[in-house]
Design a protein around this ligand. Structure first.
Ligand code: SAM
Length: 351
């Protein structure tokens, strides 16, 4: 959305507030938001402010002219990696099933973060099992780490060749790999994702990255504008980033917070599905553990949404919750018959 339009939203709010004789303190209290935040919005600084916050202000002013969801961002951010199970194509369906308002945003299976980057909450908690992936998010949150990470990406782009790819890929077999600086992990992660076959992240039983080269002549590791905008967003949000199992990541969620679960897919009864993001597979038992966690959060008054394949097993696990079926396309699968139209579900514990 162009800057002028953002400023227009800010002016509309300020003028309506003045017309009603309300101070910023009064309006922020009526809308249930922070006064400093209202002041920023009135100045046209909408970046990093969620749609729901704007909607709350409009509602408090009794205005029904609410801008469309997805139109409020100055920068359209997108994932820095291609990620198996990435939700870019399902975003419209997911947005239409999101709660109208919520407290803190949690994404315990963040992957490439397609939904997070679309809704851009002011701050949030993200988690994943994959520490290599998280090293990139961590570099986005700090000036020094970000600059070193970008240098790494430029170095990889400049050195790229078939041989170089395999050299970087095999770094994880060397002693001391875990102790390398975080920006080296982050740069390697993004480079391998861009240079490998089909943008897959897959490790073998020993935990070594084993995707073959994509045989590209040259590799563009990053979209300059997008990466800079991601950095600015993460610097402002200073999110909580954790590595580990989903269960621990949502332990502190409070009533009214929103948790979006996007786990590795449940496998189809008759097709192969991609579930090997890490050396620990996410099988039936893990899906059941997740459903128990969903129920536990729901009982605590947390707003919860889950996406998964529309399998019989998932329908059984989430019986009693709202199960919305949505059509989707699968893109990442090593076997051609694993691509094509499939049905997914969005399960919610709210209307
Ligand atoms: C379907 S992907 C998420 C995709 C993401 N929503 C996106 O838009 O790219 C599932 C993610 O769960 C992570 N994962 C696997 N097992 C996990 C676990 N037990 N706890 C937390 N994360 C896990 C994987 O590393 C992977 O990034």
């Amino acid at each position: 959305m162009p800057k002028e339009q953002l400023e227009q939203i800010g002016r509309t709010i300020r003028d309506a507030r003045n017309e009603k004789g309300l101070s910023q303190e009064e309006l922020s209290e009526m809308a249930g938001i922070d006064r400093a935040q209202l002041s920023r919005i009135e100045k046209g600084a909408v970046l990093g402010v969620s749609y729901d916050t704007i909607a709350k202000i409009f509602a408090a002013l009794g205005m029904n002219l609410i801008p469309q969801k997805g139109e409020l961002r100055m920068d359209k951010l997108h994932p820095f990696v291609k990620w198996a199970g990435g939700k870019t194509q399902l975003l419209d369906a997911i947005l239409s099933h999101m709660p109208k308002s919520f407290g803190r945003y949690y994404e315990p299976f963040v992957g490439g973060g397609a939904l997070l980057l679309r809704i851009q909450p002011e701050t949030f908690s993200i988690n994943d099992m994959n520490d290599e992936l998280l090293s990139v998010y961590r570099c986005l949150c700090d000036e020094e780490l970000f600059s070193r990470f970008k240098d790494e990406l430029l170095r990889h782009e400049g050195n790229h060749s078939e041989e170089y790819y395999y050299q970087i890929r095999s770094l994880d077999k060397e002693p001391g790999f875990a102790e390398l600086p975080i920006w080296v992990h982050a740069g390697r992660m993004v480079y391998l994702n861009k240079a490998c076959f089909n943008g897959l992240y897959r490790v073998n039983a020993k935990g070594y990255f084993n995707v073959p080269s994509g045989k590209k002549k040259s590799v563009n590791c990053f979209d300059r504008e997008n990466l800079q905008a991601l950095h600015e967003y993460f610097m402002g949000a200073q999110p909580t980033i954790t590595q580990g199992d989903f269960y621990d990541a949502v332990r502190n969620a409070q009533p009214g917070d929103f948790v979006y679960f996007d786990p590795p897919y449940d496998t189809w009864e008759d097709k192969d599905s991609f579930t090997s993001y890490s050396k620990d597979e996410f099988g039936k038992e893990a899906q059941a553990r997740l459903a128990a966690c969903f129920r536990e959060l729901s009982d605590r008054g947390v707003l919860v949404m889950l996406s998964n394949h529309n399998t019989k097993y998932i329908n059984e696990l989430y019986a009693g919750f709202r199960i919305n079926v949505v059509p989707a396309m699968r893109m990442i699968n090593s076997k051609a018959d694993g691509r094509g139209a499939v049905e997914e579900v969005l399960v919610t514990n709210y209307e």
